[in-house]
Write a protein that binds this ligand. Structure first.
Ligand code: NAP
Length: 483
């Protein structure tokens, strides 16, 4: 497998554009060189926006059957080249080749779902005569595209999270400019390649590779951008929300998701599911398990099995099929996680397993007795660290679960339907998984959070709702409506 590739141009309004100024893409495993991408300037972005204004008109005029055909063809192209796509995700990011292969599969699914949903963007008739004086009106509403969408995406799912914005945008007749994370831009460029091969008319899609600190403010504040669809951290999300002004916002942010394990749970299943949920993609996963609340009666059994299973996790070369966990996205992130763990231990937490760093690698780590006022108990760790807490009962578990500024997803393990319904009603989250960890998602469900976890929902059909506006049509008749 090739580990370096020629410099990749960026995709501006249907053309591949090179620049002298480039950004180096490095493999976080050993800092080896992977490739370069152009370092876009504000002028490049202004050019892209100008071209995309035309693209927005083309996109809105594209018949639905053509949108469907393009989306299916892009999915087929990725299917045909799936090994190359997976290798790029694994090389530029921190996923193992197994995790990268699963992401490519999901991306294909996301594009197929977008094709299917394109035919279902419907409105409904309106009973105007519900209002006195409107007996002579008939009409309906339908949904229309909003124009140009800016998609800003993070490093941790560099292909499928981009597809989650591009697929629905094309399905709903919008044009879209993607700004991928600077550390993992090549996967997004490969997605553009798939759409080029699929025959997407030029100027509908751009993937501009530039630093958020350079082109971010211009992108989110430009008046021709009618929606900012952002996936990333809370701090960046808040900055964008403050700056963007009067435009639609979709904010898919982070979390420090809780899982509750009750005394009647199937413990081996709860352990297996929570270990995978905590350490998938090195814990760099917005719905990764960070806090586990375990009823006291089963705490010892759960924690000893959890630690045993964590010990078996294979950390190493992410390109090997047998590896469970690769490096974090870079060494400074691993150092940050290390400092949060050290702070917790200094404040009284007990290390059950892990806590070791080697460059960008951080071992899967389990802590207990974590004091409530340390950083890792409140903030999103976005690394392979999980905290175990004994609790007296469900009520206490829910109270502690909710006592943070995040609320993306939660999991609860129990066979008691009454307890499950109590949790469903009382937990402040966008999704609650019964007998699964917080890390369960399919691409067609409404996905998003409350509080610091975001605004709006993704999941193809729901993204399409966010990316379209209803337009009301009323016909005034010369007579009163008769039926
Ligand atoms: P990040 O640092 O917030 O960056 C996300 C994106 O924002 C990158 O493309 C970044 O560009 C860009 N950006 C930075 N500053 C900007 C600015 N001033 N204006 C406009 N854009 C700007 O997040 P990350 O470290 O890549 O990703 C991790 C976070 O994403 C975690 O918090 C995770 O939970 C969250 N996440 C959420 C979901 C979800 O669906 N809820 C899914 C995945 C990840 P540069 O790379 O050039 O800085």
């Amino acid at each position: 497998m090739k580990t370096t590739m020629p410099g990749k141009p960026m995709f501006i309004a249907g053309k591949w554009v090179k620049k002298e100024e480039v950004i180096e893409v490095l493999n976080p495993q050993d800092n080896s060189f992977v490739s370069t991408v152009p370092s876009a300037s504000k002028e490049d972005l202004l050019f892209a926006i100008g071209e995309t204004k035309e693209g927005a008109k083309t996109a809105a005029a594209m018949p639905v059957h053509q949108r469907i055909s393009v989306l299916y063809k892009a999915a087929m192209y990725i299917e045909k080249n799936k090994e190359e796509y997976a290798a790029v995700i694994a090389l530029e990011g921190s996923k193992t080749i197994r995790e990268a292969t699963a992401e490519v599969k999901r991306c294909i699914q996301t594009l197929r779902l977008s094709a299917e949903e394109a035919r279902r963007i419907n409105g409904e008739t309106i009973s105007f005569d519900q209002s006195e004086g409107s007996e002579d009106r008939v009409g309906y509403y339908y949904r229309f595209p909003i124009g140009i969408i800016a998609a800003i995406t993070p490093f941790n799912d560099p292909l499928n999270l981009v597809a989650h914005k591009v697929g629905p945008a094309i399905a709903s007749g919008n044009a879209i400019i993607v700004k991928p994370a600077t550390v993992t831009p090549i996967s997004a460029l490969l997605l553009a390649e798939a759409f080029e091969h699929a025959g997407l008319p030029s100027k509908i899609l751009s993937v501009i590779t530039g630093k958020g600190s350079v082109i971010g403010d211009l992108l989110v504040t430009h008046p021709d951008i009618r929606m900012v669809s952002f996936t990333g951290g809370l701090e960046t999300g808040e900055r964008i929300a403050r700056k963007a002004g009067l435009k639609k916002l979709s904010m898919e942010l982070g979390s420090n998701s809780p899982v509750i394990v009750l005394r009647d749970a199937d413990i081996p299943t709860a352990v297996e599911s929570s270990v995978s949920g905590a350490f998938y993609a090195v814990g760099q996963n917005c719905l990764g398990v960070q806090r586990i609340y375990i009823e006291e009666a089963v705490y010892e059994t759960f924690s000893s099995l959890f630690v045993k299973r964590t010990h078996q996790y294979k950390v190493g070369d992410k390109m090997l099929d047998t590896t469970d966990m690769g490096p974090m996205i870079n060494e400074s992130e691993a150092i940050r996680v290390e400092s949060w763990v050290d702070e917790a231990i200094d404040m009284g937490a007990k290390l059950l397993v892990g806590g070791k760093r080697n460059g960008a690698f951080y071992s899967p780590t389990v802590l207990t007795d974590v004091p409530p006022n340390c950083t890792i108990a409140k903030q999103e760790v976005f690394g392979p660290v999980v905290l175990l807490f004994p609790v007296l009962d469900l009520e206490m578990a829910i109270e502690k679960s909710n006592d943070v500024n995040f609320g993306l997803q939660a999991g609860i393990f129990t066979k008691d339907i009454d307890q499950a319904f109590q949790a469903i009603g009382k937990m402040d989250v966008g999704g609650i998984m019964i007998n699964d960890s917080s890390d369960y998602r399919i691409d067609g469900m409404p996905f998003g959070g409350v509080k610091g976890s975001g605004l709006g929902r993704e999941g193809v059909k729901f993204t399409i709702q966010e990316m379209t506006e209803p337009r009301v049509v009323s016909f005034k008749l010369s007579h009163k409506r008769s039926t």
